[in-house]
Design a protein. Structure first.
Length: 127
C-alpha cells in the first residue's frame, strides 16, 4: 500500500512534472506571440520568424525571413540568458530590431515561455 501512495507523490514532485507545468504555463504566455510567430511542425515565417529550435539558435539565421540588419549582425545566440534579456526589452537588447513588442517583464512568465519554446527542436518536433 505504501508503494501505491508514494508513486504519485514522487511523480508529482519530480523535475519532469515541474517542467511540464512550466511548459504548459508557457504555452499560455506564448498565445499573444502567435500574432507574429509560429512554432511546431507546420510553422512558417510570418510577421516574425518561426521559432522552432530558437533556444540555441544564432540570431537572424532562419532561412527565408527578412531580418533587420541589427538582428542579422547582432552576433547573438539565443541561449536562455540572452533570450531572457531580449524578451524583457527587445529594442534595448538589439537596437534597430523589427520586433514590435514592449517586452515581457515577469520573470516567472519568461521562465515558463522558455520552457515552452525549448520543447520544439529545429524541425518543430515537440519533445
Amino acid at each position: 500500500m505504501r508503494f501505491v501512495v508514494l508513486v504519485p507523490l514522487v511523480l508529482a514532485f519530480s523535475p519532469m512534472a515541474a517542467n511540464a507545468q512550466d511548459a504548459a504555463a508557457g504555452e499560455k504566455v506564448f498565445a499573444p506571440c502567435k500574432a507574429c510567430h509560429q512554432i511546431g511542425e507546420t510553422a512558417k515565417n510570418a510577421v516574425g520568424p518561426e521559432l522552432n529550435g530558437v533556444i540555441g539558435r544564432k540570431a537572424g539565421s532562419v532561412e527565408g525571413y527578412n531580418y533587420s540588419a541589427a538582428n542579422k549582425n547582432s552576433g547573438l545566440t539565443w541561449d536562455e540568458a540572452t533570450f531572457r534579456e531580449y524578451i524583457k526589452d527587445p529594442k534595448a537588447k538589439v537596437p534597430g530590431t523589427k520586433m514590435i513588442y514592449a517586452g515581457l517583464k515577469d520573470d516567472k512568465k519568461i521562465d515558463d515561455l522558455i520552457a515552452y519554446l525549448k520543447q520544439f527542436d529545429a524541425s518543430g518536433k515537440k519533445s
